[in-house]
Design a protein around this ligand. Structure first.
Ligand code: ADP
Length: 336
């Protein structure tokens, strides 16, 4: 499966690093968020203070980490990377926060997965740049206040609904990243192709973009598979044609609209096992042998966005378009 949630391996991580835009001007798409961030950074620069805390939400692979890096780079501050799952105790967070240098940008990926006890410590840290460290246990326990260097927190989450309100309220700026439009992905592909030194004419770029689930990380990954294909098969006059793209990507189970095996398995289960739904998300996840969180943050948003899955109060349903895409006859009278 092509999981946009995570880079595939170390090589991909390295390539991702190389392909990451380094400035807001180079960052493609997300015009509104870019404009808002620019204003925020400019104001902070003029007043010579750290930018406000920033919360970025949206499906994986849309550029949240990249934007955090850009915030640090454009405001000329060091960056520290961490993630919710790495902060399992308040002590982990205390160690992290107390080691920040003044003005540092702290990026916490998957911030919704941080331990509750750490969340509470973070409220005070974000607001007053201070934490209370508990020492001792029971009746003799005391708390020692500790001043922190001012910092900018950039939190990223695929599930902003899971963040407690007090945490969400402490971010001065919240942005939701949307899936990219095809022409924006074509630009991402054009930029990456020139950096990877592979010739991908416009028609082939459009074909890759159609299959990229609106996600730059996937566009870059598919582009690398297409590059492999051209290296091995020579391509059409050394460049990738639409046919090369189709052949390369079908090999990796990416279909004509970019659905991968897991997307299709979910739709197939919804239609064949549950007669088109409605069915609860967790039941669906168990049926396809995947984590509920992956289905909810990766699979569902895209299927809903392209109109193959619907959300109702009683659960998820397959739309007539989903039947058509999987070439399964739609049961008569079941049109919703
Ligand atoms: P997230 O943190 O949301 O999962 P990343 O910031 O790690 O996503 O982005 C994944 C990859 O996609 C990076 O390698 C980056 O190069 C590329 N990318 C993301 N957004 C853009 C963009 N707007 N323009 C160009 N490349 C992008």
């Amino acid at each position: 499966m092509i999981d946009p949630a995570l880079p595939e391996d170390d090589t991909e991580l390295a390539v991702e690093g190389a392909l990451r835009p380094g400035s807001l001007a180079e960052f493609i798409g997300q015009h509104k968020v870019r404009g808002q961030l620019q204003l925020l950074l400019d104001a902070a620069r003029i007043q010579q203070r750290p930018p406000d805390h920033i919360l970025l939400s949206g499906p994986p692979g849309l550029g949240k980490t990249t934007l955090a890096m850009i915030v640090a780079h454009e405001s000329d501050r060091p960056l520290r990377l961490s993630s919710g799952p790495a902060i399992q105790h308040a002590g982990d967070l205390a160690a992290l926060l107390s080691s920040l240098v003044p003005g540092e940008v702290l990026f916490i990926d998957e911030i919704h997965r941080m331990a509750r006890s750490a969340e509470e410590m973070l409220y005070l840290a974000m607001e007053d740049f201070r934490i209370d460290i508990m020492v001792g246990k029971g009746a003799g326990a005391t708390s020692i206040p500790l001043d922190l260097a001012p910092f900018t927190l950039v939190g990223a989450t695929t599930r902003s609904g899971l963040l407690p309100n007090p945490l969400r309220d402490r971010f001065g700026f919240t942005a939701h990243l949307e899936y990219y439009e095809p022409h924006e992905l074509e630009k991402v592909i054009e930029r990456s192709a020139s950096m990877l030194n592979v010739s991908v004419p416009p028609a082939a770029r459009a074909e890759i973009s159609r299959r990229s689930r609106g996600t730059p990380r996937i566009a870059n990954r598919l582009l690398r598979r297409v590059r492999d294909f051209v290296i091995v098969h020579g391509g059409t006059a050394g460049a990738a044609s639409e046919g090369d793209v189709a052949a390369a990507l079908e090999l990796y189970d990416v279909d004509s609209i970019g659905l991968d095996r897991l997307d299709r398995a979910v739709l197939d289960a919804l239609i064949r096992r549950f007669r088109g739904g409605p069915v609860g998300l967790n039941t669906l996840a168990v049926t396809v042998g995947e984590e509920g969180e992956t289905i909810e943050s990766v699979v569902e948003p895209y299927l809903v966005r392209i109109g193959l899955m619907g959300r109702t109060p009683r659960g998820r349903i397959a739309t007539p378009e989903a039947y058509a895409h999987l070439r399964i006859a739609h049961p008569e009278g079941a049109l919703r």
